[in-house]
Design a protein around this ligand. Sequence first.
Ligand code: ATP
Ligand code: MG
Length: 565
Amino acid sequence: MSSSSTPAPEVRQDFIREIVTADNASGRHGGRVATRFPPEPNGYLHIGHAKSICLNFGIARDFGGTCNLRFDDTNPVTEDVEYVESIQADVRWLGFDWDDRLYYASDYFERLYACAEDLIRAGKAYVDSSDPEEIRQSRGTLTEPGRESPDRGRSVDENLDLFRRMRAGEFPDGAHVLRAKIDMASPNMNLRDPILYRIRRAHHHRTGDAWCIYPMYDYAHPLSDGFEGITHSICTLEFEDHRPLYDWLVASLPLAARPQQIEFARLNLTYTVMSKRKLLQLVTEGHVSGWDDPRMPTISGLRRRGYTPEAIRRFADEIGVAKRENVIDVGLLEFFVREDLNRRAPRAMAVLRPLKVVLENYPDDLVEEMDVVNNPEDPSAGTRKVPFSKVLYIEQDDFQLDPPKKFFRLAPGREVRLRNAYLITCREAVLDASGAVVELRCTYDPATRGGDAPDGRKVKATLHWVSAAHAVSAEVRLYDRLFNVEEPVTDDGTFLTQLNPSSLDVLPACHVEPSLASVEAGSRFQFERLGYFAVDPDSRPGHPVFNRTVGLKDTWAKIARGAQA
Ligand code: ATP
Ligand code: MG
């Protein structure tokens, strides 16, 4: 065992890493650690996949091994190159690299076929010509054994001949299947002569029309692992019952490696559906704007929303690896996003629902450049100048005409601080015919530049603002949970009725400080007092569009503290 295969002491332990450590100690795989991330290219990756990516690439990194990216593209009907490309982009964005180890199960079609002939020659597979309904019924139930097919006794020669003619396209779809010959009485349904190949005339996104028979996932997967010399084939719990078949295939064929399958619990999040099929339905039926809609739990959606790869990796590490199904509070993911952005996002001022403020005693033509710290968490981020002038915007909800007891922000006669600027006092609210407040007439105290009064008098609120003459108009998109129940019911139909009808709130007429006039898509900011925001690709020069990534309030820490108390 090489020293590089011993994890560093600070590396987090989990039951899978314990298995890998024990295997290295016993020499089970000759000290090698080779994992793979095997997506089927039939949709965009989601946060659950991110968990699997962090686990597989993370184990390879921690043990000095390798992790392959393999497209499990054995089902031509649902797969597409669009997905192949997005998956690669997403894995890279998450910060992982497969070097030159990019594989496709479809590249193994010839070898998979050869192995199937080997199984036939060994008497371990046969062609079954029963109709599909008969095959289904003869599998038996959990309490009753299955019935053997009349074709089970076919000779090796007959099987080989039929299988070759299946490949040659002599039979219509569904006429025959190739089945493993294992045990129709096995208590494990997966061992009741599972289907290995079926005839399916479908165009494949990589092999075109070269094949009219396609291998089943349960057959292609262990063999692909074997071809690639995978040592630890990590998958989710629903494959636990398939492991005996995985082991049977690995033991039945002369593969280069003897991979072992290890199952862990898939990641589930509250207020989230996480199946590609359901996410596809949300996209195709127009419930969201696309796979990268910022409300989607897809990697591309989270990226557009403003989540960072660092936050997602941290989340994946912190939740650990479970052996039993569980549901994680989506607030925990948001907590790590907020933590990360707090450290790195520059601050800026933006007013989402503007209310005009006129400083009556401020000189008409004066513009002062206020020095503002870019990020109090990061002194290296420096400072910037923000213009201040006679006419400003503040948030509508920072003013109340008739404030209730606990409202400390602006009201008639009250003094507050404008952040990094001056103390101002509201003298009068101008109302329109309907009684709505349309403008505030205020005065400022020139002795309070920077925000503090020389006489030490205190104010109870600090407001953010932008100078009207300098402001850049912007669109801001606020998001709420896509579903309004904690655990959306996942049977079809129902989950659509649980969509949150107000998950998107578009504010078309916001004002942001001039430093945000030309920001790059993907850059992220903390808007003072409002939350974290990311620049959307829909932005145009001079008219940025921002997505709210996450609010400032740390609800998770509150929940966690409450749980401890
Ligand atoms: P879905 O159920 O969302 O359609 P899938 O399992 O069909 O996902 P694959 O493309 O087969 O999608 O998944 C690739 C890898 O990611 C598999 O190893 C799978 O086990 C893992 N994976 C998928 N969903 C999750 C999840 N929610 N949590 C952890 N790992 C997951
Ligand atoms: Mg799958």
